[in-house]
Design a protein around this ligand. Structure first.
Ligand code: AMP
Length: 177
């Protein structure tokens, strides 16, 4: 995989959305067809033999590569969304954030016990939102859960990988220290 191509097309926005945060803006990766191709090929290489039946994208930046990957793997695509966005019956998971709480939801008919699931999101920071998605997916008693992120942030003491631990098998394309 051409990491230099991806890193040189990733935009960093200092102090967004609040002072002190270095925001990794993947919109500049998504707008470049060469970057989409590079990320897709690497993700397909990682998961083509894993027997993935459903890709779960975390709202909203996980929808982009998640949907592309689902098509390439011959899997279905499922949206994991913020509360009140999904129209049918949902399972929900509340989780703690740095300030306050958040909730994510999945339709109750989105997954089956014989599914092998790949959760996709753009970035792993503390791991809080990914762990909530893993717990939610596991509530369907699926066979196995994998997690993929475009970026793993390790700076400023972030330890998302450790927070997720062995609750899912993780892969990341780019690590930023
Ligand atoms: P966390 O739950 O702390 O692992 O945060 C991951 C989620 O928050 C992902 O959905 C990211 O899109 C977003 N996020 C957190 N930190 C950043 C950052 N520095 N740059 C871009 N997105 C971020």
């Amino acid at each position: 995989m051409n990491k230099e191509l991806l890193l040189s097309n990733l935009r960093n926005i200092p102090d967004f959305p609040i002072p002190g945060i270095q925001f990794k803006d993947v919109s500049t990766l998504f707008k470049n067809p060469l970057c989409i191709k590079e990320m897709t090929e690497e993700m397909v290489r990682l998961y083509k033999d894993a027997g993935i039946t459903k890709v779960v994208g975390i709202e909203s930046r996980g929808f982009v590569m998640g949907a592309i990957l689902a098509e390439r793997l011959g899997a279905g695509f499922v949206m994991c969304r913020k509360p009140g966005k999904l129209p049918a019956d949902t399972k929900r998971k509340e989780y703690g954030k740095e300030y306050g709480k958040d909730v994510i939801e999945i339709h109750t008919d989105a997954l089956e016990p014989d599914d092998v699931v790949l959760i996709q999101d753009d970035l792993l920071a503390t791991g809080g939102s990914a762990k909530a998605a893993i717990d939610l997916v596991k509530a369907f008693n699926v066979k196995k859960v994998y997690c993929n992120f475009i970026i793993e942030l390790r700076c400023e003491g972030l330890k998302g990988r450790e927070f997720i631990g062995d609750s899912a098998e993780i892969s990341t394309l780019l690590t930023i220290d």
